[in-house]
Design a protein around this ligand. Sequence first.
Ligand SMILES: Cc1ncc(COP(=O)(O)O)c(C=O)c1O
Length: 389
Amino acid sequence: MNNHLMPTYKRKDVSFVRGDGVYLWDTEGKKYIDALSGLAVTNLGHSNLEITQVLTSQSQELIHTSNAFNITNQEKLAEKLCKLTCMEKAFFCNSGTEAVEAALKIAKKHANDKNVVNPKIISMNNGFHGRTLGALSATFNGKAQDGFEPLLEGFCPAPYNNSQWLIDFAKDNNNVVAVLLESIQGEGGIIIPDSDYLENVRKICDTHGWLMLVDEVQSGFCRTGKWFGYQHSNILPDVVMLAKALGNGVPIGVCLAKGEAAGTLTIGDHGSTFGGNFLSTAVGLKVVEIMENQSICKHVTEIGKYFSTELQKKLKHYKIIKEIRSKGLMVGIELNKESTNLAIDALKIGLVINITRGNIIRLLPPLIIKKEHVDEIIEKISLLLKNYE
Ligand SMILES: Cc1ncc(COP(=O)(O)O)c(C=O)c1O
């Protein structure tokens, strides 16, 4: 334990020193299977050779110049991501919360351009968008906002997966400018909305001229079996936020937009010193290339089905389990009692997991896992749950 770190994290007392594929090793040489990927980040596994090679070669050539100059890698990655998302313009930053900040600035500027007085942005109960003050103001999730009031004005919480609420809200509020939501709620406990929910939200946004801002920070990059979670529905958002897996551990975030939203921010409206530098965008390009070449989305769809079937088969007899939810390799096992120590007990048997909302096991394994890894993870969870029955 280091006394010089602000105690913002409840860290588990394990120090990893090495990673390879889906495995991690600690200072004692103990091996762990990683069913978390640093929270949906190292989707292509630890110490991925191709990524290591890009990091080495790009750092030997050029790491950083600043956004005062052209950055070819950034232009190439913007083009690639725009193609994948069907967006038109990209703004690069360094994290998920910054991608959300950019999206919120687009919504605010859009409102000002349209002379909307006291503009409102709707975001979802139980959602999560980050810890900086704008993103936090939109994060109506447990205790995240406590102690930071007054937050930014104009954010309204809405129930997730309830489009009727939005229709009713629109009747009394003509100053709404945007709806911000995740295509699947991650921190919120792997909450998968009804299959027509995003389409309904899109229709409501179109009817009232609201921007639809979709946060794919956790669910993006093949995690759910599609490049982005919203692609399970027949819609296009106005703005898409990405981060986490795009860098496989190297900090990078991006806010993408189309239509009016794409033209909202102009010179001097936003910026980032590091955003989209040569190193992070070289890695981003490689991550996307690997995902394309190895058909990672297809693999996730197949292995995700196996994961879900095996989970139901091997765990359904546990009385402690309330529900198992999954989409691709975004998995939530909801327990019917608080089990915050479970993640610590999991480490004892060489398994890395996360507990969200106090009673939901969240599994976000690297997308490169094979059947034998799935079997190993489920076997360890089964062992773990025996002591919690
Ligand atoms: C959906 C979503 N949005 C935004 C964020 C914030 O990302 P970051 O921690 O990179 O700032 C997270 C982080 O978990 C997230 O899950």
